[in-house]
Design a protein around this ligand. Structure first.
Ligand code: 6CS
Ligand code: FE
Length: 308
């Protein structure tokens, strides 16, 4: 049975992880939060982002920057002391490391890139306010063994498990190695960010230990029928590009990526910026808040470049 929700039914504007299915409903907040915010994106690019919820950059980072990030990734991978910290997520069936979280706290190189004016400027312009870093990670998707990510909306997770009130956040997925059609690049349903697809099922305690490995998830992912309907209407876009290329996408974009059976690793840096006017609070649908290395609770605005 599917229930229709009205905004007045509860204080929560994005009810999800309920025992009974709730039908998908239109997003209740803007995508671009200020029409005239200054920033690097020309107005046609900003309109395309508003329509599709995503935008591609052929060269967001330089060769030197991607090389430095890859070197740092190698260093973090080899650092055994990180394993016990929870920041390192192993591949579900062996085959090495799937993700390393909070890389900007572990490495000055990542910290510099996350704070760089080019990246932060995009986030400020779209979100129409000062921004802070909600989450960073490197997804390694190793050659032959890198597993995929099923269809999901990040906002659905951050709302349920981190207490993020509104979809006023975005991700940058930055290629540190080439993203090709055959090594598990990002796929997005363009325009699906305008629909919220609630999930059924309760969030188990300490869910992040299993959810981040992407195995048989009892709560969070949208139903297959809902994904199929949106993809039939809107299509699927696959993002490929050289190291240094990037995709910026809305926190409520429906996205996924296939596993990597190719001999070429697909290593991407993800940076999530949230508006300082959208700080996270008590989880909307989980027993306990997740650790700060997955969801920062320090809402300090990133500094603006100093004017000389
Ligand atoms: O749980 C999270 O926060 C993360 N999980 C996925 C599958 N995507 C976004 C985010 O890093
Ligand atoms: Fe995601």
């Amino acid at each position: 049975m599917t229930t229709t929700v009205r905004p007045s039914d509860s204080g929560d504007l994005y009810p999800t992880r309920t025992p009974h299915a709730i039908a998908p409903f239109p997003r209740r907040h803007p995508v671009v939060w200020s029409a005239d915010a200054e920033g690097p994106l020309p107005s046609a690019r900003l309109s395309a982002y508003e329509r599709d919820g995503c935008l591609h950059f052929h060269a967001l980072l330089s060769e030197e920057e991607t090389a430095a990030c890859l070197e740092e990734t190698g260093r973090l991978k080899a650092d055994r002391s990180l394993n016990a910290s929870g920041r390192v997520v192993p591949e579900p069936h062996g085959g090495g490391i799937r993700s390393v979280f909070e890389v900007h706290a572990l490495s000055d190189t990542f910290a510099r890139i996350v704070q760089s004016a080019g990246l932060v400027g995009i986030a400020r312009q779209i979100l129409g306010s000062e921004v802070y870093v909600h989450q960073t990670r490197v997804n390694l998707k190793s050659a032959f063994t890198g597993s995929g990510f099923g269809w999901h909306s990040d906002f659905e997770t951050w709302h349920s498990e981190d207490g993020m009130p509104a979809p006023r956040a975005l991700s940058l997925s930055i290629a540190l190695s080439e993203n090709a059609p055959y090594n598990g690049p990002l796929m997005i349903i363009p325009g699906a960010h305008r629909t919220f697809v609630p999930s059924t099922g309760r969030t188990p305690p300490d869910y992040h230990h299993t959810s981040l490995q992407g195995r048989d998830l009892p709560a969070g992912p949208p139903g297959r029928a809902e994904v199929a309907a949106l993809a039939r209407d809107l299509g699927i876009r696959q993002f490929t590009g050289p190291a240094g290329s990037a995709v910026v996408f809305d926190s409520n974009s429906l996205h996924a990526s296939a596993s990597n059976v190719s001999p070429f690793p697909r290593t991407n840096l993800f940076v999530v910026y949230n508006s300082v006017e959208n700080p996270i609070g008590t989880p909307y649908a989980a027993p306990r808040a997740r650790p700060a290395y997955l969801a920062s609770r320090t809402f300090t605005p990133l500094p603006r470049p100093s004017v000389r």
